[in-house]
Design a protein. Structure first.
Length: 167
């Protein structure tokens, strides 16, 4: 499997724990100790979205679920102050192989473009964060000045119950 290479210190692309059995079926195992995951569907547009997404207190692991996903590009911007590649930007082709996993640490701005419906799995590892209630999601307009983020702290302990709620 040929994977793109990330130049950002807090974005990694590697082989994950998904295993394709055939083009139509998969064995799915967790890439993280907490096991907090969601299957997702994203209808991508050929234009870049007007907003970046940032997750200051979550490490995300993204994995494609199907070989026939459309070709996608993932723009990532390192905005974590303690990162050696702070300020760096890269556009990466999103892997199409379901064995791939893209790890995005807290403090990265990201957005995706492509042409079609993208099926993927996202797994979350929750960090302590710097506030009493960690900030999980920050939308950032692409034309605005870009925020900076502090180190997210350690991943919360294994014995803490992780439950994410959606509005």
């Amino acid at each position: 499997m040929e994977l793109p290479e990330s130049r950002l210190a807090i974005v990694a692309i590697g082989v994950g724990a998904f295993q394709s059995i055939r083009n139509e079926s998969f064995a799915v195992v967790s890439n993280i100790t907490s096991g907090l995951a969601d299957p997702m569907v994203y209808d991508a547009n050929a234009e870049w979205p007007a907003y970046f997404s940032a997750h200051p207190s979550l490490t995300q692991k993204l994995s494609p679920l199907m070989y026939h996903n459309p070709e996608m590009e993932h723009e990532v911007v390192d905005r974590r102050m303690d990162s050696p590649t702070f300020g760096a930007t890269q556009v990466l082709p999103f892997p199409r192989d379901p064995r791939a996993v893209v790890t995005i640490e807290p403090g990265v701005l990201m957005r995706v473009r492509g042409d079609g419906r993208f099926h993927y799995r996202v797994e979350y590892d929750v960090h302590h964060g710097t506030a009493r209630m960690p900030e999980l999601f920050v939308p950032v307009p692409s034309g605005a000045s870009l925020p900076t983020f502090e180190s997210p702290g350690n991943v919360i302990e294994d014995d803490v119950v992780r439950e994410l709620a959606y509005e």
